[in-house]
Ligand binder design. Structure first.
Ligand SMILES: [Zn+2]
Length: 98
């Protein structure tokens, strides 16, 4: 997968991961450098991510709970899947000039 860095639409400054997570929660972007503000849009890629997450979570839950009977390992894998999902979130953010 090609790495798509999130950038300020005004000055081109690269937005860091934690800043991107923050943007996602606030749905507002204010650049620290140029003081520009931008609208936050979530790209449609997030639907694909959510779908993959739901399917893999269901499959691992069923497998580890009923077939392997390793519920703890199942929960661990589920948590890891959520973590991966969270790490992908900044890639789905699109910043638009106001
Ligand atoms: Zn900027």
């Amino acid at each position: 997968m090609k790495k798509k860095k999130l950038k300020c639409p005004y000055c081109g400054r690269t937005v860091g991961f934690f800043e991107a997570i923050n943007i996602k929660e606030n749905l507002n972007f204010y650049c620290k450098d140029c003081k520009g503000s931008a609208k936050v849009k979530i790209s449609k890629d997030i639907n694909t991510f959510i779908l993959i997450l739901l399917i893999s979570n269901t499959v691992s839950f069923l497998f580890f709970s009923f077939i392997a009977r390793m519920f703890l390992l199942g929960s661990l894998i589920t948590s890891l899947l959520y973590l991966c999902f969270y790490l992908l979130v900044p890639r789905t953010i699109v910043l638009k000039k106001e």
